[in-house]
Design a protein around this ligand. Structure first.
Ligand SMILES: [Cu+2]
Length: 170
Protein backbone atom coordinates (compact mmCIF):
# COMPACT_ATOMS: atom_id res chain seq x y z
CA UNK A 1 0.00 0.00 0.00
CA UNK A 2 2.78 2.42 1.01
CA UNK A 3 4.68 1.44 -2.12
CA UNK A 4 1.68 2.15 -4.31
CA UNK A 5 1.22 5.58 -2.71
CA UNK A 6 4.85 6.60 -3.28
CA UNK A 7 4.75 5.27 -6.84
CA UNK A 8 1.64 7.29 -7.58
CA UNK A 9 3.24 10.39 -6.05
CA UNK A 10 6.40 9.77 -8.06
CA UNK A 11 4.34 9.50 -11.24
CA UNK A 12 2.57 12.76 -10.39
CA UNK A 13 5.91 14.49 -9.80
CA UNK A 14 7.23 13.15 -13.11
CA UNK A 15 4.17 14.45 -14.94
CA UNK A 16 4.58 17.83 -13.25
CA UNK A 17 8.26 18.05 -14.17
CA UNK A 18 7.67 17.05 -17.79
CA UNK A 19 5.00 19.75 -17.89
CA UNK A 20 7.59 22.19 -16.59
CA UNK A 21 10.11 21.30 -19.28
CA UNK A 22 7.45 21.70 -21.94
CA UNK A 23 6.57 25.13 -20.57
CA UNK A 24 10.17 26.31 -21.00
CA UNK A 25 10.60 28.65 -23.99
CA UNK A 26 11.41 26.81 -27.19
CA UNK A 27 14.53 28.14 -28.91
CA UNK A 28 12.67 28.13 -32.23
CA UNK A 29 10.07 30.61 -31.04
CA UNK A 30 11.79 33.80 -32.08
CA UNK A 31 10.43 37.00 -33.46
CA UNK A 32 12.34 39.29 -35.72
CA UNK A 33 12.84 42.86 -36.77
CA UNK A 34 11.66 44.12 -40.16
CA UNK A 35 13.68 46.64 -42.16
CA UNK A 36 12.17 48.27 -45.23
CA UNK A 37 13.93 49.61 -48.29
CA UNK A 38 11.41 52.31 -49.20
CA UNK A 39 10.72 53.81 -52.59
CA UNK A 40 13.52 56.20 -53.55
CA UNK A 41 15.92 54.58 -51.06
CA UNK A 42 18.83 54.92 -53.45
CA UNK A 43 18.45 58.67 -53.94
CA UNK A 44 21.03 60.70 -52.05
CA UNK A 45 18.22 62.82 -50.60
CA UNK A 46 16.64 59.77 -48.91
CA UNK A 47 19.83 58.56 -47.20
CA UNK A 48 20.36 56.23 -45.33
CA UNK A 49 17.81 54.29 -47.40
CA UNK A 50 17.07 51.53 -44.89
CA UNK A 51 14.14 52.01 -42.52
CA UNK A 52 14.93 51.90 -39.70
CA UNK A 53 18.63 52.34 -40.47
CA UNK A 54 19.77 51.49 -36.97
CA UNK A 55 18.39 48.56 -34.99
CA UNK A 56 19.25 46.59 -31.88
CA UNK A 57 18.35 42.90 -31.59
CA UNK A 58 18.72 40.40 -28.76
CA UNK A 59 19.82 36.82 -29.41
CA UNK A 60 17.00 34.38 -28.69
CA UNK A 61 14.44 37.19 -28.62
CA UNK A 62 14.31 38.99 -31.98
CA UNK A 63 17.62 38.25 -33.71
CA UNK A 64 16.21 37.51 -37.16
CA UNK A 65 16.27 40.61 -39.36
CA UNK A 66 14.16 40.67 -42.53
CA UNK A 67 14.72 43.26 -45.24
CA UNK A 68 12.05 43.93 -47.87
CA UNK A 69 12.72 45.99 -50.98
CA UNK A 70 9.68 48.20 -51.52
CA UNK A 71 11.49 50.20 -54.20
CA UNK A 72 11.15 49.56 -57.97
CA UNK A 73 14.93 50.11 -58.07
CA UNK A 74 17.18 47.14 -57.24
CA UNK A 75 19.22 47.21 -54.02
CA UNK A 76 21.36 44.93 -51.87
CA UNK A 77 22.03 44.29 -48.21
CA UNK A 78 25.80 43.86 -48.14
CA UNK A 79 27.74 43.42 -44.87
CA UNK A 80 30.67 45.82 -44.42
CA UNK A 81 31.97 45.75 -40.83
CA UNK A 82 31.30 42.94 -38.38
CA UNK A 83 32.48 41.41 -35.11
CA UNK A 84 35.60 39.23 -35.17
CA UNK A 85 35.23 36.08 -37.22
CA UNK A 86 32.94 37.72 -39.80
CA UNK A 87 29.80 35.84 -38.75
CA UNK A 88 27.74 37.44 -41.55
CA UNK A 89 29.63 36.59 -44.69
CA UNK A 90 27.09 36.67 -47.50
CA UNK A 91 24.53 39.42 -47.90
CA UNK A 92 21.35 39.45 -49.89
CA UNK A 93 22.81 39.77 -53.38
CA UNK A 94 20.63 41.61 -55.88
CA UNK A 95 17.16 42.43 -54.56
CA UNK A 96 14.50 43.35 -57.10
CA UNK A 97 11.25 45.03 -56.04
CA UNK A 98 9.41 43.01 -53.35
CA UNK A 99 12.42 40.78 -52.76
CA UNK A 100 12.79 39.63 -49.16
CA UNK A 101 16.03 38.72 -47.42
CA UNK A 102 16.49 37.43 -43.86
CA UNK A 103 19.46 36.75 -41.65
CA UNK A 104 19.57 35.44 -38.07
CA UNK A 105 22.34 37.03 -36.02
CA UNK A 106 23.89 34.68 -33.46
CA UNK A 107 27.16 36.50 -32.65
CA UNK A 108 26.94 39.63 -30.46
CA UNK A 109 28.53 42.84 -31.70
CA UNK A 110 28.00 45.77 -34.03
CA UNK A 111 27.42 45.19 -37.72
CA UNK A 112 27.25 47.73 -40.50
CA UNK A 113 25.99 47.15 -44.01
CA UNK A 114 25.19 49.03 -47.16
CA UNK A 115 23.94 48.75 -50.70
CA UNK A 116 26.33 47.67 -53.44
CA UNK A 117 24.63 50.05 -55.89
CA UNK A 118 24.07 53.17 -53.76
CA UNK A 119 26.87 54.44 -51.52
CA UNK A 120 24.49 56.67 -49.54
CA UNK A 121 22.58 53.65 -48.19
CA UNK A 122 23.87 52.53 -44.81
CA UNK A 123 22.54 50.54 -41.88
CA UNK A 124 23.69 49.42 -38.45
CA UNK A 125 22.68 46.38 -36.40
CA UNK A 126 23.68 45.96 -32.78
CA UNK A 127 23.37 42.34 -31.67
CA UNK A 128 23.16 41.77 -27.93
CA UNK A 129 23.59 38.48 -26.10
CA UNK A 130 20.34 37.20 -24.61
CA UNK A 131 20.28 37.48 -20.83
CA UNK A 132 16.93 36.09 -19.76
CA UNK A 133 16.62 33.27 -22.30
CA UNK A 134 19.15 30.50 -21.80
CA UNK A 135 18.86 28.27 -24.88
CA UNK A 136 18.56 25.09 -22.84
CA UNK A 137 17.50 24.40 -19.29
CA UNK A 138 20.44 22.46 -17.84
CA UNK A 139 19.42 18.81 -17.90
CA UNK A 140 21.74 17.98 -14.99
CA UNK A 141 19.96 20.33 -12.58
CA UNK A 142 16.60 18.95 -13.72
CA UNK A 143 17.77 15.42 -12.83
CA UNK A 144 18.93 16.60 -9.40
CA UNK A 145 15.56 18.28 -8.72
CA UNK A 146 13.70 15.16 -9.90
CA UNK A 147 15.81 12.89 -7.65
CA UNK A 148 15.36 15.17 -4.63
CA UNK A 149 11.58 15.41 -5.08
CA UNK A 150 11.15 11.64 -5.53
CA UNK A 151 13.36 10.97 -2.49
CA UNK A 152 11.35 13.44 -0.40
CA UNK A 153 8.04 11.87 -1.50
CA UNK A 154 9.26 8.36 -0.75
CA UNK A 155 10.42 9.43 2.70
CA UNK A 156 7.26 11.38 3.48
CA UNK A 157 4.70 8.90 2.11
CA UNK A 158 5.02 6.16 4.81
CA UNK A 159 4.96 8.80 7.56
CA UNK A 160 1.88 10.45 6.12
CA UNK A 161 0.18 7.08 5.86
CA UNK A 162 1.13 6.22 9.44
CA UNK A 163 -0.27 9.48 10.78
CA UNK A 164 -3.44 9.02 8.74
CA UNK A 165 -3.89 5.51 10.17
CA UNK A 166 -3.23 6.91 13.63
CA UNK A 167 -5.98 9.48 13.26
CA UNK A 168 -8.36 6.82 11.90
CA UNK A 169 -7.68 4.61 14.91
CA UNK A 170 -8.34 7.44 17.34
CU1 LIG B 1 20.56 50.52 -53.32
Amino acid sequence: MARRVSLASGAAVLALLSGLTMALPASGAQTGVAVSIPSGAGLAASAPGYMPSSITVVIGVNNTVTWTNADPVHHTVTPSTEPAGNPWTVGSGDMAQNAVYSFTFTVPGTYTYGCAYHSTMAGTIVVKAGVTTTPEFPTASLAVILFAVIAAVMLAAPRLRASRMGSMAA
